[in-house]
Design a protein around this ligand. Structure first.
Ligand SMILES: [Zn+2]
Length: 60
């Protein structure tokens, strides 16, 4: 499945450059492993959290 990549905009500063970090949370709720994608604004370091294995923000 392919998504068009939406332009992510920081809600705080309006920046559009982000660093992507991925984090895993193992079985915190006892049934699955959650993958979490963190998008860190390069201007103000505001962190946006995305849950799910396949982020629609699939940057390199
Ligand atoms: Zn920002």
């Amino acid at each position: 499945m392919t998504y068009e990549t939406p332009q992510l905009t920081c809600p705080l500063c309006g920046g559009q450059e982000f660093s992507r970090e991925e984090a895993r949370s193992d079985s915190r709720w006892g049934f699955t492993t959650h993958r979490m994608t963190l998008m860190v604004c390069r201007r103000c370091s505001h962190v946006l959290h995305f849950y799910g294995g396949n982020s629609i923000f699939d940057f390199d």
